[in-house]
Write a protein that binds this ligand. Structure first.
Ligand code: BG6
Length: 547
């Protein structure tokens, strides 16, 4: 089926299926009984996947090459997610995983290592694991050595012949960011980035954040990757985008007619975006000392949450159209007042304290952290979006480690009623409405509003109406890494950064980083807070304007 919608003509299978349903549903909605029967027929059609919400598209056979397979990301996130997908029949068939890193190991050594790592996280079904492990292979490589990659290409061709993965390859860089450029170059030089014509196989590269450490390095990294890969082959991961509750922000805003009319400066007083963690730096001091909270959380996750909350709707739910709208939003960010940062930023670093009844060390006492470190582990930023919708509405973005508890949420604080008709009978103030988009730990949407307290006297009571995300849903769910892995296999860019977004966010943040990293009163800017607290006392001042 070919269908024309606007300027887009496509014979893409996924689109065809969606278009077919859309046409039928539309006709049913208009009350044509013939079409009602057809829609029922479609729902029962044996060829269609039972759970339409699990996978959207056709998974082609492929090989996933994990570069950095002996590292933490592979054992903690990638292999557990792939195993879960295997258990829910969510992997392509045939499918091969080829692990590569400097460590010398054979295939069985790699399989044992992965099994051990997975078992540490809870017991696993041995029989199922055996089935999955048959698709695991391993080759050791030197990251900066062309012959190593030429051998890798040979191994890939052999595996492809033996398993029928059709030359489709995904290269997942699960390595330290300092190795991204050289690895992309080596893949290119060994002719592993080229896409073969006539269905001979595609090649995709997956890059984890951080994409550079400022604007200049991000541009340089992109230039190197682009020497060998086209933009459509590049997938820049931000696992926040793949969280169900984060994906839901656009659905909530644009699949309901009742919220959007209120979603602007006329009704919203301010917005708070919070990603608080109780964990400390863990074993990642080497990376975190160089990054700090601004690079680690703001340049990526926080900016995505901001975009989803504040962007305009795109004309269609398509990766490039959605990412165009995000880019527009980033372009509208008011440049940071570097000459007068007070009132716009507060930075903190955790000291000793107690979390969950257990004493924890200060950041400067963590293994691998300098005792004089000035790396911020907490930041609060007040930003403005200079456009018609948001003029004058502050967005408070807060993130920090070793805080009281882990909490990720977006709170939309509405304005107070313009006039109180109850002022002569009510003693108390009428609180404004608040909408909370909970991301963690509670996956929920809550609306806080005033009601009458039962009884003879006129008093108000603030109540909360809650929707829990899992409520009424029993089907399978994907965690963030399962979702991004699937989307790379499907070639869907919706939940990945595009380079213009990366650069726009760096343009916004780089002056702040310079200010924080080079100014003479750097140590005064950094306020210590006890681990297990709500952050630096002084940071609260920044919020005072808005209670
Ligand atoms: C990562 C950061 O990207 O996100 C970590 O590097 C942080 O420092 C983590 O702990 C938070 O992710 P989540 O999904 O646990 O909120």
């Amino acid at each position: 089926m070919r269908i024309r919608r606007g300027a887009v003509i496509t014979s893409d299978k996924k689109w065809d299926e969606r278009a077919r349903r859309w046409v039928m549903e539309e006709q049913t909605r208009r009350g044509n009984p013939e079409f009602e029967a057809v829609v029922k027929g479609v729902a029962e059609e044996p060829g269609l996947p039972k759970d339409q919400c699990l996978i959207d598209g056709v998974l082609e056979p492929c090989t996933l090459v994990i570069i950095g397979a002996s590292g933490d990301l592979t054992t903690r996130k990638l292999v557990p997610s792939l195993f879960k997908l295997y258990l829910s029949n969510g992997l392509p068939s045939p499918f091969v995983i080829l692990g590569c890193s400097r460590t010398k190991m054979d295939d069985d050594g790699f399989r044992d290592r992965m099994e051990k790592a997975l078992s540490e996280g809870g017991s696993i079904d041995r029989e199922k694991w055996k089935g999955f492990a048959r698709s695991l292979f391993y080759r050791s490589i030197e990251y900066d050595d062309v012959p190593s990659y030429v051998n890798l290409a040979e191994s890939l061709r052999t595996l492809e012949r033996e398993h029928g993965t059709k030359g489709n390859r995904i290269f997942y860089l699960a390595i330290p960011p300092t190795l991204y450029e050289i690895t992309a170059q080596m893949l290119g030089k060994a002719d592993l980035s080229a896409e073969r014509k006539d269905g001979g196989g595609w090649a995709r590269i997956v890059v984890e954040k951080p994409f550079g450490r400022d604007l200049e390095t991000a541009v340089a990294l992109d230039r190197t990757i682009h020497e060998y890969f086209q933009e459509r082959q590049i997938f820049r991961i931000d696992h926040y985008l793949a969280k169900e509750t984060v994906q839901n922000i656009l659905m909530f805003r644009f699949a309901n007619a009742i919220f959007e009319p209120l979603w602007n400066r006329r009704y919203i007083d301010h917005v708070s975006i919070t990603a608080a963690e109780s964990l400390g730096v863990e074993h990642r001091a080497g990376y975190y000392e160089q990054a700090g909270v601004l690079r680690d959380m703001f340049q990526n996750h926080m900016m995505q949450l901001l975009a989803l909350t504040a962007m305009e709707p795109s004309s269609l739910f398509e990766a490039d159209l959605v990412r165009d709208e995000k880019a527009k939003l980033y372009r509208a960010l008011r440049p940071f007042a570097v000459d007068n940062p007070e009132g716009y930023i507060d930075l903190g670093q955790y000291g000793q304290g107690t979390i969950g009844g257990k004493a924890v060390p200060a950041y400067r006492e963590e293994p691998g952290v300098s005792p004089e470190s000035l790396t911020p582990t907490f930041a609060i930023l007040k930003v403005y979006v200079d456009n018609w919708r948001w003029q004058g509405v502050p967005f408070y973005m807060t993130s920090g480690k070793r805080l009281e508890r882990k909490l990720t949420q977006i709170a939309i604080q509405f304005k107070e009623v313009p006039h109180s008709m109850f002022r002569q009978v009510l003693e108390e103030h009428i609180s404004a409405n608040r909408l909370i988009l909970g991301i963690y730990p509670e996956e929920k949407i809550s609306l806080v509003f005033e009601t009458k307290n039962p009884g003879g006297r006129v008093c108000l009571r603030l109540v909360t109406m809650d929707f829990n995300y899992q409520q009424g849903y029993k089907g399978p769910a994907l965690d963030a890494y399962e979702k991004v892995l699937l989307d790379v296999m499907l070639g869907d860019h919706m939940l990945f950064w595009r380079q213009d977004g990366v650069e726009l966010c760096w343009s916004f943040l780089t002056p702040i980083l310079w200010e924080c990293e080079t100014c003479s009163n750097r140590s005064e800017m950094l306020r210590l807070y006890p681990a297990g607290s709500r952050g630096p006392e002084a940071a609260k001042k920044l919020l005072q304007d808005h209670g």
